[in-house]
Write a protein that binds this ligand. Structure first.
Ligand SMILES: CC(C)C[C@H](NC(=O)C[C@H](N)C(=O)O)C(=O)O
Length: 309
């Protein structure tokens, strides 16, 4: 069954004309991460590679392409977790960084802390030699257009929020049975300055435990935090539920209890995997054995040979 990688590109609604770019992005990320696993690389290397590629891809709400806060600025959140020793690293409200997920990994590997925020995270980045990039390099015409549209007096806030998708995440199990997760986001469009979402919060934006499995989440962060969605799903798996059933139970609870919508990618230690969402859509891709799996709308599941390009 092993190894496997499963990637998501956000639970928000995506205009039809942008759906192909989104599917192409998650497929490329899943392939790249899977070739690391096939080469004997670790699940942590695989998820960080997948998420870095998606951060670099302007069609997603992470890194370049992040949604803008109320002041029209980019503040990003990211997390990684290593299921072997339950080590994790996160950054929140970080600015001027191309790959927040890599900074999160440095927090895990090079500090005794689990999360660094805002200026402190940026100071740590420069101490680690991570280059600072101009904010303009993270802002796209599309993200600026969405932000401006959102500020017009007759804007429908729900429509605007759903019009921009693309939080990104990945879970993987490597050949040694080690499990990791990573998640990265620009957050919610028009968020207050300093707002921290679910993504960098352990157990909400992601969780990995070699004994149980791993989850990476996307959706309305304030709702995800209320139910600690990633850990809730793993709790159901500890109780004997399958990856699919546990993911559905977690998402159903979030919907009924706090009216929250979202999506998850989930793996267990044997390499079973699931992609589930309560939103209308979530772009996703998975790679296992010689097959690439991908989809966008509910019930969609395409496959192709991993070697086909
Ligand atoms: C409207 C929502 C479903 C879109 C979704 N956003 C996130 O996942 C945001 C992240 N969880 C946070 O709260 O910071 C997306 O980017 O696809």
């Amino acid at each position: 069954m092993l190894p496997v990688v499963v990637v998501h590109g956000g639970a928000g609604q995506i205009p039809k004309e942008r759906s192909e770019m989104s599917t192409a992005g998650v497929c490329r990320a899943a392939r790249a991460a899977y070739s690391i696993l096939q080469g004997g690389g670790s699940s942590m290397d695989a998820v960080v590679e997948a998420v870095s590629l998606l951060e670099n891809d302007p069609s997603f709400n992470a890194g370049c392409g992040s949604v803008l806060n109320v002041k029209g600025e980019v503040e990003m959140d990211a997390i990684v977790m290593d299921g072997k020793m339950l080590r994790s690293g996160a950054v929140s409200a970080v600015r001027n960084i191309a790959n927040p997920v890599q900074l999160a990994r440095l927090v895990m590997d090079k500090t005794s802390h689990a999360c660094l925020t805002a200026e402190g995270a940026n100071q740590f980045a420069s101490a680690m030699g991570v280059p600072s990039v101009p904010q303009e390099s993270l802002i796209t015409e599309y993200s600026q257009m969405r932000w401006k549209k959102n500020l017009t007096p007759d804007a429908d806030p729900v429509e605007c929020q759903m019009g921009k998708m693309g939080t990104v995440g990945a879970v993987a199990v490597d050949g040694e049975g080690n499990i990791s997760c990573a998640t990265s986001t620009g957050g919610m469009l028009n968020k207050m300055e300093g707002r921290v979402g679910d993504t960098p919060c352990i157990g909400s934006g992601g969780y990995a435990d070699n004994n149980i499995g791993a989850v990476s989440t996307t959706g309305h962060g304030e709702a995800i935090m209320k139910v600690t969605l990633a850990r809730l799903i793993l709790f159901h798996m500890e109780q004997g539920q399958s990856v699919e059933a546990a993911s559905d139970l977690g998402l159903a609870y979030m919907r009924s209890r706090v009216h929250g919508l979202g999506g998850v990618v989930t793996v267990d230690p044997r390499g079973h995997w699931a992609v589930r969402f309560s939103s209308r859509q979530m772009s996703w891709a998975a790679a296992q054995k010689d097959t690439l799996h991908y989809g966008l709308y509910t019930g969609e599941h395409y496959t192709q040979s991993i070697n086909a390009h």
